[in-house]
Design a protein around this ligand. Structure first.
Ligand code: PA5
Length: 427
């Protein structure tokens, strides 16, 4: 099993039987989920890796990445939400083992003038390409950032600026596609049947990752392996389905929040990706878990107290996955520092010990907890598997909750208010 789920059923909130019952009650719908054949079939492009990242697009990505690496020291990635969190999160985990002439800089995900000025400074001091990513090119933050940075690019590169722009957008429709066609920008398709937060295993994230030297083939392989496992393992022993069913049971018992806890600081952005995936997919009803993510040990010293002794309405999901690193044996020290009890221990074992210690303390205090553990160390393949695991889990979870995972009408309301304040004509 690539990823195992343990609902810690010894805990009073859950039993094996109650989890099986939820799965049994939702058997018909979950069987469809497993086949990727529900009424949401037009949003299921991510389900099939051949659709998510077809071979010809992969070739195009490789070619374009070589081109970008040949002409730029920085590629500014303009995008927001599902259009940039996938790449950001994977880069944080995998970037340490990559080599590339091109560094990524993320922009267009805020209205911070400082962030914008930093990007403009980069245009002045570095060789730049822009990758602008949007499914619907309406969102103000990336849209206006693209305009301002594009104008700076024109000043610097003259008419050649257009050869340095790579658009990842919806093929055949919308303003971004029209601009790309009219002004001859490079173009990569944002798959039609994939929404932003489900797009990490498509050109949306894989192109910038390839530019920064990530082995995207291994990521895709990891996702494919995970898909194979989750679509063939019977529902009752299927780790993602059990996870979805167990969360639902806790929700019914009054649990209000779920915190995904990670133990490698490089997974902080992954935690944010997960928060968006679950928050935007599930947050459409009163009865839903509020997703949070914490990085331990650090957050043990910020929120550990609250979790331990505050209201028992938070589910803690420990994501147990570590880099495969060399040993660091702790040596004796002449200075008496009070840490001699650690002498000769392996530093890398301490992280596991703190994970187990926190889990024990929290569960003993009555905090409902799950563990999700990868069989292999944290690397390209494992990360690919983790992405697919959570995409499938949220799909199963929303199905049990009877919520459409693929829309986000609530987000549109703030946009409407903003457009009206700024005088945009809505057609
Ligand atoms: O998951 C989603 O669909 C959203 O979070 C979008 O990614 C986000 O709103 C940005 O959309 P776009 O890139 O089309 O402007």
């Amino acid at each position: 099993m690539l990823i195992s789920f343990n609902p810690l059923t010894s805990h009073s909130y859950l039993s094996e039987q109650s989890i099986q019952l939820i799965i049994e009650e939702n058997k018909t719908a979950l069987t469809k989920v497993q086949k990727g054949s529900t009424e949401h079939s037009t949003s299921l492009g991510w389900f099939d890796l051949e659709k998510s990242i077809p071979l010809d697009i992969l070739k195009q990505i490789n070619k374009l990445a070589d081109y970008v690496n040949g002409i730029s020291s920085v590629m500014i990635v303009i995008g927001i939400g599902g259009s940039n969190r996938g790449a950001m999160s994977a880069l944080q985990v995998l970037g340490r083992n990559t080599q590339s002439p091109t560094t990524l800089y993320f922009a267009g995900d805020s209205l911070s003038n400082q962030q914008l000025l930093d990007a403009i400074d980069l245009i002045h001091s570095q060789e730049i390409t822009l990758n602008v990513i949007a499914k619907d090119f309406n969102t103000l933050e990336p849209g206006i950032t693209f305009r301002i940075l594009r104008e700076e690019m024109k000043k610097k590169y003259g008419n050649d600026y257009r050869t340095r722009i790579i658009v990842t957008g919806s093929y055949g429709s919308g303003q971004l596609y029209e601009m790309a066609t009219k002004y001859h920008y490079h173009f990569l398709p944002f798959p039609a049947e994939i929404g932003g937060r489900f797009s990490v295993l498509s050109s949306v994230a894989l192109f910038p990752l390839k530019v920064s030297g990530v082995d995207i083939d291994s990521m895709i392989e990891g996702a494919k392996d995970m898909r194979e496992e989750l679509t063939t393992t019977p529902l009752i022993s299927n780790s993602a389905v059990m996870y979805a069913a167990s969360r639902y049971l806790l929700l019914q018992q009054g649990i209000k929040m779920e915190s995904l806890v990670t133990f490698e600081p490089d997974l902080k952005e992954f935690g944010r990706w997960w928060v968006q995936l679950f928050g935007e997919s599930e947050g459409k009803t009163d009865e839903v878990l509020f997703p949070l993510s914490f990085s331990f040990s650090e957050d043990l010293h910020a929120l550990g107290q609250w979790i331990q002794m505050g209201p028992k309405n938070v589910l803690e999901t420990h994501l147990i996955t570590y880099y495969d690193t060399k040993d660091t044996i702790i040596k004796d020290s002449i200075e008496k520092d009070g840490f001699d009890y650690l002498t000769n221990k392996n530093f890398k074992d301490l992280n596991t010990i703190v994970q187990k210690a926190a889990l024990k303390a929290h569960t003993e205090e009555g905090v409902p907890s799950f563990t999700i553990e990868t069989a292999n160390p944290l690397n390209e393949k494992t990360l690919g598997s983790l992405y697919w695991f959570f995409l499938f889990s949220v799909y199963a979870s929303c199905t049990i909750m009877d919520v459409n995972p693929f829309n986000q009408e609530g987000v549109e309301l703030y946009k409407k208010n903003m457009y009206s304040s700024l005088g945009k004509q809505i057609r």
